[in-house]
Design a protein around this ligand. Sequence first.
Ligand code: XIL
Length: 346
Amino acid sequence: MDRRRLLAGLAAAPLALSACGGGTADAAPVDIPPLKSAAPFPMGVAAMTEQFGEPAWDDLVRSHFDRVTPEWEMKAEAVVDDAGRMTWDRADRVVSSAEQRGLKVFGHTLVWYSQVPRTFAALEGDRRRFELAYGEYVRRVAGRYAGKVVGWDVVNEAVTDDGSGYRADNAWARNLGMDYVRIAFEQARAADPAAPLFLNDYNLEQLPKKRADFLKLAERLLREGAPLGGLGTQTHTPADLAPGEIGRCIRDLASLGLPVHVSELDISLARAGLGDHREGQRRLVGEVVEAVMALPERQRFGITVWGARDKDSWLVREGKRDAPLLFDDDARPKPMAAALVDALKG
Ligand code: XIL
């Protein structure tokens, strides 16, 4: 499902959600151990600067997670202004807030088709100057946080949903062809000699053709000798996804032998059909854990949920209603969190 349809569908959410008795009211809160202690791999959460100042969020994240992914502070729209000046303060604040709490940071994202700094417009058509500016941008961002991040989403969402292959409708691909992916990985490695470098995308568990195209791109990078160090599957998924799809996806991604990161997990009730899909959420979070646990330890890069509490979710903004995350609006663990812990016990 492409993003426009996804967000339009959420506009209809109230009906679907109320029909499933959803919203943040779930069955009685449950009691769980700290997720980061129960999981033999890192448990991550999306974080935004202002959330660190909110005690309920702060307490929850420090109790249950060992890693944060800046939800937007390291994206182009946050680190470079329209005049091309680098504006580091927001990303620096997320990194320092995380460090103060002993949380690791996963960088997201160096190159994304949907965020091209305005200064690149003047370079379109001049391949040499465009490539120089592109490489410099990647090196500057990756270089600033070298040694401070435990990995990067180097290129995000390079593959189309409709099965046509690689996204071509963006400044990166228009000016550099698909070499923009390899170049980004090479430049990120030049700036950060150690961080594992990930290729990340969404709907891989829902669209087998997209998953095949994603893996084809990953194999091309490996053939070209690009420093590809991992594969991220965002896993923004509806609660009525058919059984087995997530496991198939993670196994396919793991077939290349690289670490696999479930990088942006949320399980939407609003995107599911009418009816109560909270059991579906519990089933699917169990499937994610089982699939990650079935990987060799060196390939379990971790599970990152795209928000701590339901109200922190990008799917619950501008009045849209959903309950896609592990903790309710009062930071209490939901049955979905208990299902995750149960799956960890095997
Ligand atoms: C989203 C954030 O959650 C929103 O707050 C922001 O307005 C838009 O981006 N895939 C990604 C993430 O890789 O960066 C997106 O995050 C969600 C989809």
